[in-house]
Design a binder for this molecule. Structure first.
Ligand SMILES: [Mg+2]
Length: 247
């Protein structure tokens, strides 16, 4: 990435600053275990059915907290039918609670998040968080992360597309070329930011199938494996001591 005159970084939350994917992975594994025991369905088939239904359910429920537990119960009902079994209300309830637990557990920490945000702030960059999902859950995760004080503003959005980025730029009074989006989701964090003329740093973590997309090809995109690499890509690691806003 040409470093240029950068003023604003727009951070994603889930699986960029904290990890939620392991919570989903644990829930899926438990779902598969319970159904293997309960109705004899092979674990891979259980997970595949669940993931397909969950992706379809984005159009019905968006990124609300109802979607994942509902997808789990619906996957159970579909799999029970496949296996020629009747739906057991107790098992259905159990399956739903496995799905709901994803929102009750604390996300895992990303080891360098705090240090990296501190460094970015120390060179005069303005940081905002733009987190997609259920407002209540996102607010709780942000609070639990202990990172909220780094951000001048926290946006929680139900959809993260071109218009949301334009709104952030307008509110922050920053031109697109002075702003960079940082996140793990190509569909939500990277492509819309690039389309409105911003820079983008793709933190290539695990993500779920909804976010799997091909990033737009442009020199404004940088791909990194973790947040620490991001400092290097911005030329910050070497220049931290003597740079102000102009990086
Ligand atoms: Mg994310």
């Amino acid at each position: 990435m040409g470093v240029g005159l950068l003023r604003l970084l727009v951070f994603d939350g889930d699986d960029t600053l904290w990890k939620t994917m392991p919570l989903y992975a644990m829930a899926k594994a438990e779902f598969a275990r319970v159904l293997a025991r309960g109705i004899g369905v092979p674990p891979e088939k259980a997970i595949e059915t669940l993931e397909e239904l969950d992706l379809k359910n984005v159009s019905r429920f968006g990124f609300s907290r109802r979607r994942f537990p509902t997808s789990m119960t619906e996957a159970y009902v579909a799999l029970a039918a496949d296996m020629g079994r009747r739906v057991d209300p107790t098992l259905r309830k159990r399956v739903r609670s496995i799905g709901a637990r994803v929102f009750e557990r604390r996300p895992f920490r990303v080891s360098d998040a705090e240090r990296v945000l501190r460094k970015l702030r120390s060179v005069g960059l303005r940081l905002v968080l733009c987190s997609k999902g259920d407002a209540q859950i996102q607010r709780a995760r942000i609070k639990e992360s202990g990172l909220s004080h780094f951000f001048s503003k926290i946006y929680v959005v139900s959809e993260k597309a071109d218009n949301e980025f334009r709104k952030v730029l307008r509110e922050q009074r920053v031109r697109p070329e002075e702003a960079c989006s940082v996140g793990n989701g190509v569909r939500s964090d990277i492509n819309p930011a690039l389309r409105v003329g911003m820079k983008a740093i793709w933190v290539r973590n695990n993500t779920w199938v909804f976010e799997k997309d091909v990033p737009i090809r442009t020199r404004r995109l940088t791909v990194v494996r973790n947040l620490r690499e991001m400092l290097h890509s911005l030329g910050l690691a070497q220049r931290l001591r003597n740079c102000g806003r102009r990086l």
